[in-house]
Design a binder for this molecule. Structure first.
Ligand SMILES: Cc1ncc(C[n+]2csc(CCOP(=O)(O)OP(=O)(O)O)c2C)c(N)n1
Ligand SMILES: [Mg+2]
Length: 479
């Protein structure tokens, strides 16, 4: 199957990027390796010779699907007796049955949840897991604590009216940090919004977090996004987008491009249980499966999508079972067990990168905090439930117990770490708060090369309104 794309005078500007997929001598695409001419007419033309002022059709060959080819072969070579009892159908043989059985809507038992540490952080005998060194374990634990402190202090800053919005990751620290620790820095992250720990792990500084939340001049988003919408090119972390699940089809496409470029890396896209009800979740999974793209879909099933409980969100056995429907290898893991998350993500990464396939991970966890500072979760869930997860199933305490039982952590280190992170963060907040804000004009820049007339008009209206009602607008934003 081939897909075609239109090259017009606008897209020809990307010819340099496209050129690397084309062998100029033959007009073939080496990366696309099927040996068919790139151009629909079969001429050995180079992109430079394409007319630049009118739309021109070119054909791109996509990567050969190994699975589809095997299925095609079995389809063509079937004539045995046994084959008469089955239907040769695209996708593989289907055996006939004279019994009418509807497939049950659920299996009798729920898919088990992989874990390594019990709730007290004791290693479960005979469990299979990937050992982590003292250095990595201590870094993991330290970053989990930093994330906790960051959440507490930014949350308080929002309550004091110093930032407009915040959203904590409380209860999901192990998912954040252990998944990040199992990846390579070349792996590309497409986050939902409750995964700032991945950035923290990769070295995004407390100052960078504070600058984004305060929307000052040092914020990479130039103050145009709500707090917590972090992004960092140098950390391979795509900017968070408010509409949920949009990142999944994008993740499939980026993973496919990594494969085309022969990169030993994968994409990791995070999503919440609520996000899986979006159409983009299904499009992303199906696209990745069919295109055999190296992407890990990491679903944090924390029980709630704002006030909607998972029992009202879907009737399937969670999310893990949806992988099979799309032909994706999947696992359910205890999201509050850092060692289990680390092991599952390490294994998923190996499979994604080496076998060019998507993997789905469903991590069972709990959102201990409110959905965001705009929510009061005690209005729709019981306090006992929150307290149980906060204390009895706390992922940070659980990992600490394991690290401590190895003799790698002490009470003194704990006190030192907490004091130091708290001090650094308070300083970062003071700096971020005092820093200049980006000028108003930045609100209208960076999307178009030349701003369209409607944006210019909006900017003009805004400036007129501010000059008529100056006291209604923040005085610290240069106009
Ligand atoms: C496309 C889209 N629909 C609805 C919303 C509103 N919204 C924001 S967060 C959220 C719930 C998401 O829940 P979940 O994916 O489980 O993530 P969690 O907050 O539990 O981490 C909703 C419905 C949105 N931002 N985007
Ligand atoms: Mg959720």
């Amino acid at each position: 199957m081939a897909i075609w794309c239109r090259v017009s005078s606008r897209t020809i500007a990307n010819a340099n990027h496209m050129r690397k997929f084309i062998n100029p001598a033959s007009g073939l695409s080496p990366a696309l390796n099927r040996g068919r001419p790139l151009f629909s007419d079969g001429n050995r033309r180079h992109l430079d010779s394409l007319p630049r002022n009118r739309a021109t059709r070119v054909w791109f060959q996509r990567f050969k699907s190994t699975l589809a080819e095997k299925q095609q072969d079995s389809f063509l070579s079937s004539d045995s007796d046994e084959d008469l009892q089955s239907l040769q159908f695209p996708g593989g043989k289907v055996s006939y049955t004279s019994e009418m059985n509807f497939i049950s809507e659920s299996s009798e038992t729920r898919v088990p949840c992989y874990r390594v540490l019990d709730d007290d952080g004791e290693l479960i005998p005979d469990s299979h897991f990937q050992q982590v060194s003292e250095e990595v374990a201590v870094k993991m634990y330290s970053k989990m604590v930093s994330l906790q402190i960051m959440d507490t202090i930014f949350y308080e800053a929002q309550r004091q009216g110093r930032i407009s919005f915040y959203l904590t990751s409380a209860g999901e620290e192990a998912i954040n940090i252990a998944s990040a620790a199992a990846l390579s820095e070349q792996d590309i992250i497409l986050p939902q919004y409750r995964e700032p720990g991945v950035l923290l792990w990769r070295g995004f500084t407390l100052q960078e977090f504070a600058d984004q939340c305060f929307g000052n001049k040092a914020d990479y988003g130039k103050g145009r996004q709500m707090p917590i919408h972090y992004g960092s090119k140098k950390h391979n972390f795509f900017t968070i987008s408010s509409p949920i699940a949009t990142q999944l089809p994008q993740a499939a496409g980026i993973a496919y491009s990594l494969k085309m470029d022969n990169k030993k890396a994968c994409v990791v896209s995070y999503i919440g249980d609520g996000g899986t009800s979006e159409g983009d979740f299904h499009a992303g999974l199906n696209f990745a499966a069919v295109m055999e793209a190296p992407v890990i879909f990491f679903c944090r099933n924390n029980g709630w999508a704002i006030s909607t409980n998972v029992s009202e969100q879907f009737r399937s056995d969670g999310i893990v079972v949806k992988g099979r429907a799309y032909g994706i290898r999947s696992i359910r893991v205890d999201g509050n067990d850092a060692l289990a998350v680390y092991t599952a993500v390490s294994a998923a990464r190996e499979m994604a990168v080496n076998e060019h396939r998507p993997i789905l991970i469903e991590a069972l966890t709990y959102r201990v905090g409110h959905h965001s500072t705009s929510d009061d979760s005690t209005k729709y869930r019981k306090l006992d439930e929150i307290v149980y997860w906060k204390n009895a199933r706390n992922p940070v305490n659980r990992f600490r117990n394991w690290v401590q039982s190895n003799g790698w952590w002490s009470e003194q280190q704990e006190t030192q770490l907490r004091n130091s992170v708290r001090k650094q963060l308070l300083e970062a907040i003071q700096v971020a708060e005092k820093a200049e804000k980006p000028p108003l004009s930045e609100m209208f820049r960076d999307v178009y090369d030349y701003p369209p007339s409607n944006l210019e008009e909006q900017e003009k209206h805004l400036r007129e309104t501010i000059s008529r009602h100056p006291s209604d607008y923040p005085s610290d934003i240069p106009v």
